[in-house]
Design a protein around this ligand. Sequence first.
Ligand SMILES: [Zn+2]
Ligand SMILES: [Zn+2]
Length: 96
Amino acid sequence: MPTPLDTIECHACKGKGTHRTAFADLDTVDQHRLADKLHYAGEEVPMQEQECPFCKGTGEEPIYECEECDGLGYYKGEVYNPNRTCAKCGGQGWYT
Ligand SMILES: [Zn+2]
Ligand SMILES: [Zn+2]
């Protein structure tokens, strides 16, 4: 794993580090099934704070310099052309 270039706000939890989830100890499919069942029965769905699985509760997502383009966002040895940006990083020069 390369060393992160920097960190950005976690896309999954918007930097909070936690998610509000019903039935946090179940997997996602069961969470939705149970929550729907309670919802249709007119019952309150108990919500819990759960550590964000993407950032492990840090609220941050590491970003890595794109090794395809050395962080340029376009192909090495070429003149910058907005229609030919690096496919790996989408022209940003970094990826998460
Ligand atoms: Zn997160
Ligand atoms: Zn790139």
